[in-house]
Design a protein around this ligand. Structure first.
Ligand code: ATP
Ligand code: MG
Length: 452
């Protein structure tokens, strides 16, 4: 029995086979089909050279034509198609020195990283081609390097992290010889560009339980090489409500964010990362971590910058880490609730609540009562519903009005006036009227800021 494939693939296959070439489905799509999951994209391989492929299809993007890969645009979808190839020499431990085309599919499959990634499906018949035993490893749930694992990892250090990524996203284990080779070849990760490491981490952070990836990385020595700050938390025990060391607490907090949101999970992973670096002892000799949120924010920023995460992600993560120790007391006035919202940002308070629950879960492996935050949530929703001013945007007066009505020139002083007005309105929303604010601005500017 063969796999049933979409019509487009059969039509692409027909074009190639009409010209005397073969065409196979390869890579992740085959793995997904074998596992009974839905493929997310379709990568193809052929014995036609890239120039032949270009001739046979009307709309083609020469994506990686030097390595034999072109993208076919076919009825509104794109398909990457790569000429069967072998890779020659990996003197830098990252990329092959040269690629060479081969008419043999089996040769092409042999140069791939893991058995589960080295299966193909002949499109015409739907038959599986599986010379490396990928189907059996899929059935057993095993990530196994092809051939000699040490050689595979020495050729390309990124495969170390790919092994972790596949194990975690597929919920597979790593075959012992393969994981042994990961340990002895762990230095290979140091030759890999931060951009490629970042992409793998991003995938890992979308998995159901990312903590497994960080445990595997710790066991194989990858963690101390790419996230030494997280590794520093191993064995750093904590007292009080904590049952785990800082490392275990951190990766459990990451799991505690149930949505596959890489940014929020990074915030959970790094929320306490500064603890080992600020640890001291109180009078009774108990370990304390004074000011750890500031140190954690600083380290999170350094780590994410180093790994070339997008600046928007860095900003969000660092902010959530810095604010994760927020506290609330029912005696707070509405003005205090508004000040909290202004500080953390209207778009962040729900993330901080999720982070607080994850943090609580990671203390002992028990979920805190979700109702513990209900009081504060209710107060926030009330303040938001009243639509009181929470930012300069919602002030009933703007910079232009201040110039026209109060003679205040644009510049830093105007910024100070607006801040002053916002603070006043946060304390007393009734002041948010244009006339009132103009009068306050005039007085404040004249008495405190005017140069004359
Ligand atoms: P997914 O796309 O779901 O992340 P995938 O298996 O398709 O998984 P890709 O990175 O898209 O992974 O690569 C496609 C195929 O190319 C892989 O299945 C594997 O056969 C091969 N491959 C990719 N990267 C490497 C590598 N670093 N070393 C060896 N083979 C690789
Ligand atoms: Mg893929």
């Amino acid at each position: 029995m063969g796999f049933r494939l979409p019509r487009d693939l059969h039509d692409i296959h027909a074009i190639l086979s009409g010209a005397g070439y073969g065409c196979h489905l390869v890579g992740g799509a085959v793995r997904s089909l074998v596992l009974g999951r839905k493929p997310k994209d379709w990568d193809l391989a052929t014995d036609a050279g890239p120039e032949e492929v270009r001739r046979l299809f009307r709309r083609v993007i020469p994506t990686g034509i030097r390595h034999g890969t072109v993208t076919i645009l076919f009825r509104g979808s794109t398909y990457e198609i790569t000429t069967y190839r072998i890779e020659k020499g990996y003197s830098d431990g990252r990329r092959p020195d040269a690629v060479e085309y081969t008419p043999s599919l089996e040769e092409d499959l042999k140069r791939r990283d893991f058995t589960i990634n080295a299966m193909a499906v002949e499109i015409g018949s739907g038959e599986l081609v599986d010379p490396q035993g990928g189907r059996l490893d899929c059935a057993r749930g095993i990530v196994r390097a092809i051939g000699n694992p040490e050689e595979r990892f020495r050729e390309d250090g990124l495969r170390l992290l790919r092994a972790v990524r596949f194990a975690v996203t597929l919920d597979f284990s790593i075959e012992p010889e393969t994981s042994g080779a990961m340990k002895s070849c762990a230095d290979g990760i140091l030759r890999i560009s931060p951009e490629r490491i970042q992409m793998e981490l991003e995938e890992i952070l979308r998995a159901r339980t990312p903590s497994r990836a960080f445990s595997l990385m710790a066991e194989t020595g990858l963690l101390e090489r790419i996230l030494p700050e997280l590794s520093a938390g191993v064995g750093v025990t904590q007292k009080g409500r904590h049952r785990f060391d800082v490392f275990t607490h951190s990766i459990m907090a990451c799991d505690g964010i149930r949505a596959p949101d890489p940014g929020l999970r990074l915030a959970a992973l790094f929320h306490d990362i500064g603890k080992p670096f600020v640890a001291s002892r109180d009078e009774e000799g108990v370990r304390i971590f004074h000011g750890h949120e500031e140190k954690s924010a600083e380290l999170a920023s350094a780590i994410l910058g180093r790994l070339r995460f997008p600046s928007g992600t860095i900003k969000r993560v660092v902010h959530l880490v810095r604010e994760h120790m927020f506290s609330y007391d029912p005696s707070w006035t509405d003005a205090a609730v508004r000040r909290f919202l202004i500080r953390v940002g209207e778009e962040n308070w729900e993330d901080l609540f999720l982070l607080r629950l994850a943090d609580g879960y990671a203390c002992r492996g028990e979920w805190p009562d979700p109702r513990s935050l209900d009081g504060f949530r209710g107060r926030i929703l009330k303040v938001l519903a009243e639509k009181d001013a929470l930012s300069l945007k919602s002030l009933k007066i703007g910079g232009r009005d201040l110039t026209a009505l109060c003679d205040i020139p644009p510049g830093p002083a105007m910024g100070r006036v607006l801040e002053f007005l916002l603070e006043a309105v946060v304390d007393d929303p009734a002041l948010n009227e244009k006339e009132t604010l103009a009068e306050m601005a005039r007085r404040y500017y004249k008495s405190r800021l005017s140069p004359s």
